[in-house]
Design a protein around this ligand. Structure first.
Ligand code: AR6
Length: 176
């Protein structure tokens, strides 16, 4: 399955580069200093230009599991929502913090009246969260939020960078 309808919101899985996706809000998998880095964070900062780093510097940081919002520099999106995933340790706290990332990002989007949001697979690169487990946590958190906030969003997309990630999220969606 590549899509679902949760609380009147279309939820889709797609493969691609999140900086190229049509969406009002792009979620970034940042670090707690909002200092930029590799992976999707690096790609978003490259696409947005230096304005994004200037805004991040002004905010200063973001605790794990929380989310902050900035402009999107020269990207087509209106806003970037920076969230900080947990570094995977294999403790029960990991799933809680990862779910918080999705919930708090959706909260920032809702507060700012953004109807479409694109997420990357948070914590599954440099932060080492096993893909299959992360996919289940991500999808249940998004599903529960959308069911509890019916009609708030038009579309939520998960943008997976490669086929392995897309397959893992597809399996998780079938399992839910
Ligand atoms: N579009 C969509 N997904 C992408 C893209 C892209 N352009 N590029 C990479 N991914 P990661 P994390 C996927 O490491 O694990 C940074 O240095 C990638 O294949 O970007 O949360 C930050 O500054 C993987 O599946 O984020 C932090 O220090 C997923 O995005 C740290 O890494 C997440 O991988 C955060 O680590």
């Amino acid at each position: 399955m590549l899509q679902a309808n949760w609380g009147d919101t279309l939820f889709t899985l797609q493969k691609g580069d999140i900086t190229q996706v049509e969406t009002q809000a792009v979620v970034n998998a940042a670090n707690s200093r909002l200092a930029g880095g590799g992976g999707v964070d690096g790609a978003i900062h490259r696409a947005a230009g230096p304005e994004l780093m200037a805004e991040c510097r002004e905010i200063g940081g973001c605790p794990t599991g929380q989310a902050v919002i900035t402009g999107a520099g020269c990207m087509k999106a209106l806003k970037v929502i920076h969230t900080v995933g947990p570094i995977y340790r294999g403790s029960p706290k990991d799933a809680e913090l990862l779910a918080d990332c999705y919930v708090n990002s959706l909260e920032r989007a809702r507060e700012n009246g953004l109807a479409t949001v694109a997420f990357p697979s948070i914590s599954t690169g440099a932060y080492g969260y096993p893909l299959d487990q992360a996919a289940l946590v991500a999808l249940s958190a998004v599903r529960d939020y959308l069911m509890a906030h019916a009609g708030v969003f038009k579309e939520i997309k998960m943008v997976l960078f490669d086929q392995t990630a897309l397959d893992a999220y597809q399996r998780a969606l079938d399992e839910l």
